[in-house]
Write a protein that binds this ligand. Structure first.
Ligand code: SF4
Length: 374
């Protein structure tokens, strides 16, 4: 691979972009307010060699926990602002980078334009010596871009990312990376190629969201990374796997293994990832998971549905209501966890909510019906 063309930015003790080694990221999946469990998770990721570790902060109560975690680790910490971009001011003193989603900026503070909100985020990052990730996602595209490109969500995603780069360029803020994610590795390849062609200077964070459980989640991620990193596209990576808390270090191990293989010319993918048969996507889980049975549920769904492996059906299993409803839209059957029940959707229609001990038989009924209709 020849040298990448992106600019280099610093994120705490790590450099991202240009000729820097590809930085490895992961995320603590524990409840942030459970400080001992989250610190344990941070240590597992540190031992695996994570360059950046994301901690979920959704509301003010998580801030006290973040502060305590900050005091007990030297790691570069990152927070995803999700739907509350105003948290940037509160998390800034404790992290090296925060991520905002261009698709979530319109919900709050309607008195200011998106461009003004971006300028405020950049100012806040500068004040606290933080970098920014502009993270666009197929499940939550800026509605304005969806209107502009009603039949082409890839174009909408790329246009949204480019628009935000332009906002940041205008105010002279350069310390940012961009990510364009989806659960379909082919889309991840396509949108990152399109973005890199338009903005070869901007460092890219690569990842396949809701890649699922190993080995499928690893295969999807490998296909995307091989196609992109071999073209010098990608400066930092996150492998998202649905695994128990204690195995989270696997995300870093897998990332390192894929990068080493690519550097040494060992490729396993063909240019297009052909999804044939049953496709189970599941989120990697994080502190927002609404019931700790989530990983077990994802594993049980996989076991239950093995009999349908020849059928072209996509089943999504998500840990919470933050991303669950939107990210399951493209699946034939979608589930997301609530504290005591699981929500079940068929296509975009909500079928209902079911107890954790009732959901599997219902999934089987719905799956059989989908197969019968095919
Ligand atoms: S779907 Fe919810 S629980 Fe799963 S990773 Fe996304 S935010 Fe976390």
């Amino acid at each position: 691979m020849s040298a990448r063309q992106t600019r280099t930015i610093s994120v705490g003790s790590v450099s991202i972009g240009g000729e820097s080694p590809i930085a490895l990221q992961s995320m603590a999946a524990t409840r942030t307010q459970d400080v001992p469990a989250t610190l344990r998770q941070v240590k597992i990721l540190e031992q695996a060699g994570a360059d950046l570790i994301r901690i979920a902060v959704d509301h003010k109560k998580d801030l006290e926990a973040l502060k305590q975690i900050r005091e007990q680790t030297e790691s570069n910490l990152v927070v995803d602002l999700q739907e509350n971009f105003q948290l940037a001011e509160d998390v800034g003193p404790y992290v090296q980078k925060f991520r905002y989603n261009p698709g979530h900026l319109h919900h709050r503070d309607r008195d200011h334009s998106i461009e003004q909100k971006v300028a405020w985020l950049a100012e806040t990052a500068e004040k606290h010596d933080c970098a920014i990730r502009v993270g666009v996602n197929c499940g939550s595209i800026d509605p304005k871009m969806l209107e502009r490109y009603p039949d082409d969500d890839e174009a909408a995603l790329v246009a949204s990312a480019v628009e935000h780069c332009n906002f940041l360029d205008k105010i002279g803020f350069t310390r940012f990376v961009v990510s364009l994610k989806d659960s379909d590795p082919n889309k991840v390849i396509a949108v990152n190629k399109r973005f890199a062609a338009e903005r070869p200077d901007v460092p890219l964070h690569l990842g396949v969201t809701e890649a699922g459980m190993p080995p499928d989640g690893i295969i999807k991620t490998r296909v995307a990374f091989e196609q992109l990193l071999s073209r010098n596209i990608g400066d930092t990576v996150r492998v998202s796997l649905t695994v128990p808390f204690d195995d989270k270090g696997q995300e870093i191990d897998v990332a390192r293994e894929i990068i080493t293989d690519i550097n040494e010319g060992r490729f396993r993918s063909v240019p297009v990832f052909e999804q044939k048969g049953l496709n189970i996507i599941s989120c990697p889980s994080c502190s927002r998971v609404e019931n700790e049975k989530f990983v077990e549920l994802a594993q049980d769904v996989r076991e239950l549905t093995r009999y349908a492996k020849e059928h072209n059906v996509t089943i999504a299993v998500m840990g919470c209501r933050v991303n669950g409803p939107g990210e399951t839209d493209d699946a034939d059957l979608g589930m997301w966890c609530a504290p005591t029940v699981v929500n079940l959707k068929k296509g975009e229609e909500l079928i209902g909510t079911f107890g954790y001990d009732e959901i599997l038989p219902r999934v089987k009924i719905e799956l059989d019906q989908i197969i019968a209709e095919q």
